[in-house]
Design a binder for this molecule. Structure first.
Ligand code: IMP
Ligand code: MG
Length: 189
């Protein structure tokens, strides 16, 4: 796996520091709230697991499973396979946590659903933000890093289902990306 990596963008220790800083901001923002964190799978599993353990405030946890079909590095059609029930969201302050805000279609669609299930508020929190690729009307309320228009993997982010378990965020070698582009992934989150 490591031999497929071109360069590391954010090391393990940079991720730890960024999550710590973000958790501090979230703690201030949600102190006294009825917070429900909704982790968008699969991509946010590592980030969300690290983040919630640094929130010293009461919260509940939910999951959404969203799958974007594409050619491997760009997303197109979105389908939502799992979503919290109304009882989990009604009257709650919901924080949608995802790995990356890219076109914005995933979080924009999920935000609409969260509000439709009675949430009092909904905000978005992402590890990475690629503002240059935005097509939907949405911004991250909380984020760790802004990046250029690069395809990255690791710390939960995949390419064709792989590399989620890399402990850092990295760019893959061009040959690796080119090698499987034709096969597509249909990988959730
Ligand atoms: P959206 O385009 O903002 O809806 O993002 C949809 C999903 O595309 C994200 O949750 C990720 O799963 C995936 N994605 C977008 N950019 C990248 C990337 O650079 N690496 C890995 N996955 C990505
Ligand atoms: Mg993905």
């Amino acid at each position: 796996m490591q031999q497929d990596v071109e360069r590391i963008l954010f090391s393990e220790s940079e991720l730890v520091d960024a999550v710590e800083l973000l958790a501090g901001n979230l703690t201030e923002a949600y102190r006294g709230s009825d917070l429900t964190v909704v982790s968008v799978l699969k991509g946010s599993c590592v980030f969300a697991a690290d983040l919630i353990r640094r929130l010293p405030i009461p919260m509940e946890l939910g999951f959404a499973v969203a799958e974007s079909y594409g050619d491997g590095t760009t997303s197109s059609e979105l389908s939502v396979h799992h979503f919290p029930a109304r009882e989990e969201l009604d009257g709650r302050d919901v924080l949608l946590v995802d790995d990356i805000l890219d076109s914005g279609r995933t979080l924009s669609a999920l935000r609409t659903r969260v509000l439709a299930r009675g949430a009092v508020s909904v905000r978005t929190c992402v590890l990475l933000d690629k503002p240059s690729r935005r097509s939907a009307e949405i911004e991250a309320d909380f984020r760790c890093f802004e990046i250029d228009d690069l395809f990255v993997v690791g710390y939960g982010l995949d390419f064709a289902g792989r590399y989620r378990n890399l402990p850092y965020v990295a760019e893959l070698r061009a040959e690796v990306l080119a090698g499987s582009l034709a096969s597509g992934s249909g990988e959730a989150g």
